[in-house]
Design a protein around this ligand. Sequence first.
Ligand SMILES: [Zn+2]
Length: 338
Amino acid sequence: MRLLLSTHPSALAHDTGANHPERPERISAVLAGIRRSGVAVIERQAPPVPLEVLTGVHSERYIESIRRFCESGGGYLDPDTHAVGASWDAALRSAGAGPAAVGDLRSGEGEAAYVVMRPPGHHALENKAMGFCLFNNVAVTARQLLDEGERVAIVDWDVHHGNGTQAMFDDEPDLLYLSLHEFPSYPGTGWVEEVGSGVASGTSVNIPFPTGSGSAAYLMAIHRLVRPILNQFDPTWVLVSSGYDAHARDPMAGIQLRTEDYFSLGAAVAESTEPGRLVLFLEGGYDLDALTGSSEATVRGIAASGESLPQPSEPPKGTAARILDFSAQVLGNYWELS
Ligand SMILES: [Zn+2]
């Protein structure tokens, strides 16, 4: 497998201030993991997003407000979300890397792509920055693919629910938003019964895990929910909001995944689409060692694809088991689940 790796030095210049967990060192930690995976890597410079593509998911007024905010020196957009002058270029390139990767993959230049940029994106709403996110990078790429007639699945394994992404595609039947996350947690959305609206009912899939859940619960969810739903939705493209903050080492959340669980997640998404139709976007993840190990495991899992997906060895217990049963019951109204 050849992996297109899209990054840019501007990701390091986006300064979030002293002691901020979403810091530039995260980028080098992920790049180190990908390079040590043994997978052939083709590096690309992330280009800035064209304005007409960015307006597919954000209003011109909001985009202009972020530009002015950054150009005037920046500061705090909310208690968590900080930007400086250099953040404008970083944000444009974080949003532009995905559409460029789609073009490169269509030209046959690789079997998957990984956008390793910051700021991250999945909390950003049409008109609001939040949760360290300025523009919704994965949504920008998804919107462009939808406009081209593609059928898009977004798998979001960041430990936080991608409220921005879900809101942008709530009534879009050709987009599946599937999120595995800790619940309750920031930003408060992502309960099982948020399934999407109208003709898109069933295309928002939320699998909320109680604090303390780990490998057994995630592996069971992959086999019982994620694989059958992706298989039935039958996407032409799969995009991943790839955060590593569900790792046991992560200081910001209470899910206890092991490094090798990201191998399983990578293998599960790789088997759900044709080679050359998969793009990952770095979201959260705040422990540098966990970022390196988990990104390495993800890329190895993608290269191995579904045949090497481990089977659940032990069933999850307690609240996690009950929530998985309830998720299967609710989602069973829209998908055939065993
Ligand atoms: Zn997160």
